[in-house]
Ligand binder design. Structure first.
Ligand SMILES: Cc1cc2nc3c(=O)[nH]c(=O)nc-3n(C[C@H](O)[C@H](O)[C@H](O)COP(=O)(O)OP(=O)(O)OC[C@H]3O[C@@H](n4cnc5c(N)ncnc54)[C@H](O)[C@@H]3O)c2cc1C
Length: 487
């Protein structure tokens, strides 16, 4: 593939045997969220930075991840609210859907975001082409460009994990990329997977009228999270008419005319389920194929990605890696955080460490939304950290009742010794926003005693946090027996 250098900032190359050579202080490979943050930070520090990306420009979050999915979910969530509107005395009748409009709205919004980002990326010397290391200091781009530097940051993201279920490629399926480009809603859909992408997109299709069934290996959606959170979300999906088949071991997929049949084993029994479409959402893997990492002295594993230390250095101390390609916490804000740290470490040759205590906070845009900060109960138990926990349901909270958004609960974990907040989770309305109060509190190492002194306006969803905080303050100060505890 021939490379196209951006017109701006193009410096004079040395030409050796028809290959143009350019030299920079730092070269960033991949211009998604992590790579762009790294390039921007390094330039602010005065480095001469070049960016390499094979395109399309914009990165996963803008083009095929966070933003298109949340734009689509806005339509399906509204459809759900319309169905529930009778409870608030508004008679609307069953909603109908204009999928062409939903998709073109998404495309228009995403197009705007992508154009803005492409313009920002083009403000750097940009080499558009496939990047491949030739040595620890040389990166080939396309056929005729060789970039030289003593420092690189790799930010090549992730790709959809190849299908592992026999027969699936032959029978046909859609993955998250194709789900975001739908032309019509299938009459019936089987979702393979129970992680955040599966849960968000599966609920989207269900709310747009697809008869949707989840097949998951675990016993709840979001298996990695605490079981009270995953169990409750699973229950809400079921109550909404979305069957979740748990403990399903996938055997194979066959096709019969237009129908796709998934064969699986559940509690020792062979079962099958047929649908018009299958959404394959069993995860992503780091994108390292073809980068020539071995020639750069960078160690990586096809499933877990590029190994990095706490300062984002790879096994070659002059080469850093950030974002999804590192295989840890595949979230946009983590990619940006890592990109900024890696850039500072690369340019100033410092040893700034990444700290994931708060940065690993995450949110899932199902309805109700899930959001988590700090340690989960599972993590506290695994690390043997003593804690006390208190929770409070939205169906007993005034504001939630008044706006008819009563699904879910909040919970808070605190250290029994001094009441320091160790973690918090919300499953509920506006959970992705509500969690920020706990992120701020934990940033300042607040205790539950500090927290109960903070004013909360009434009536708001946010004031729900005061209930577990008050309960924990009473428990930690010895006034009350713990409801549940470890350690
Ligand atoms: C459906 C979906 C929904 C999501 N929703 C959320 C969400 O709500 N919140 C959240 O935090 N995260 C979400 N994510 C995850 C989030 O999108 C990613 O964690 C994030 O975008 C990763 O950024 P990155 O910089 O690591 O990689 P990317 O943004 O993927 O950037 C990698 C760049 O490298 C380039 N590239 C790759 N290989 C080469 C090569 N060999 N040569 C040259 N260029 C190359 C690519 O063109 C790309 O521009 C979602 C993901 C999906 C799939």
């Amino acid at each position: 593939m021939a490379s196209k250098a951006s017109r701006h900032y193009r410096s004079c190359p040395r030409v050796v045997k028809g290959v143009k050579r350019f030299t920079y202080d730092l070269i960033v490979v991949g211009a998604g969220s992590g790579g762009y943050a790294a390039a921007r930070t390094a330039r602010e520090l005065g480095a001469r930075v070049a960016v390499v990306d094979h395109g399309p420009l914009g990165g996963l979050c803008i083009l095929r991840g966070c933003m298109p999915s949340k734009t689509l979910l806005a339509s399906s969530d509204l459809a759900h609210d319309v169905r529930e509107a009778g409870e608030l005395g508004i008679r609307l009748g069953p909603p109908s859907f204009d999928v062409t409009h939903i998709k073109s709205r998404k495309n228009r919004i995403i197009g705007g975001f992508a154009d803005d980002r492409a313009e920002q990326i083009r403000s750097f010397p940009l080499y558009e082409g496939l990047a491949q290391f030739q040595s620890p200091t040389e990166l080939q781009v396309g056929d005729d460009v060789l970039l030289e530097s003593h420092r690189f940051i790799i930010a090549t993201g992730s790709v959809i994990a190849p299908p592992v279920v026999p027969g699936l490629p032959e029978a046909g399926y859609i993955d998250s990329d194709q789900a975001l480009e739908i032309e019509r809603v299938p009459r019936s859909l089987i979702v393979l997977g129970g992680g955040y992408v599966a849960s968000e997109l599966g609920q989207f299709f269900a709310r747009l009228g697809a008869q949707t069934t989840f097949l998951i290996r675990g016993r709840q959606l979001l298996t990695g999270e605490d079981s009270d959170v995953g169990d409750a979300l699973t229950g809400y999906f079921r109550a909404e008419g979305i069957p979740i088949e748990t403990g399903a071991q996938l055997q194979r997929v066959t096709g019969e005319g237009d129908r796709k049949i998934v064969h699986y084993v559940q509690t020792g029994q062979s079962k099958e389920i047929a649908a018009d479409e299958i959404l394959y959402a069993l995860g992503r893997i780091p994108n390292i194929a073809g980068l020539g990492l071995e020639r750069a002295g960078v160690q990586a594993h096809p499933m877990t990605g590029i190994q990095v230390g706490i300062d984002l250095r790879t096994s070659n101390p002059n080469i850093f890696a950030v974002g999804d390609v590192t295989g840890r916490y595949p979230l946009v804000h983590v990619a940006i955080y890592q990109g900024e740290i890696a850039a500072r470490n690369a340019v100033r040759t410092e040893y700034e460490r990444a700290d994931y205590r708060l940065t690993k906070a995450r949110t899932i845009f199902t309805d109700p939304q899930v959001a988590i900060v700090g340690d989960t109960e599972k993590e506290l138990e695994r690390s043997g950290t003593p804690y006390r926990v208190a929770s409070y349901p939205f169906n007993d909270h005034g504001k939630a009742i008044s706006i008819n958004k009563t699904k879910g609960f909040v919970k808070m974990m605190a250290a029994p010794a001094d009441g320091r907040i160790l973690g918090a989770a919300v499953l509920g309305p506006e959970g992705s926003d509500l969690i920020h109060e706990m992120i701020v509190a934990m940033h300042f190492n607040a205790t539950v005693f500090d927290f109960v002194k903070i004013p909360h306006l009434h009536p708001t969803l946010a004031e729900i946090w005061t209930y577990p905080a008050e309960e924990l303050a009473a428990i930690v100060s010895g006034a009350r027996e713990p409801i549940s505890a470890a350690g």
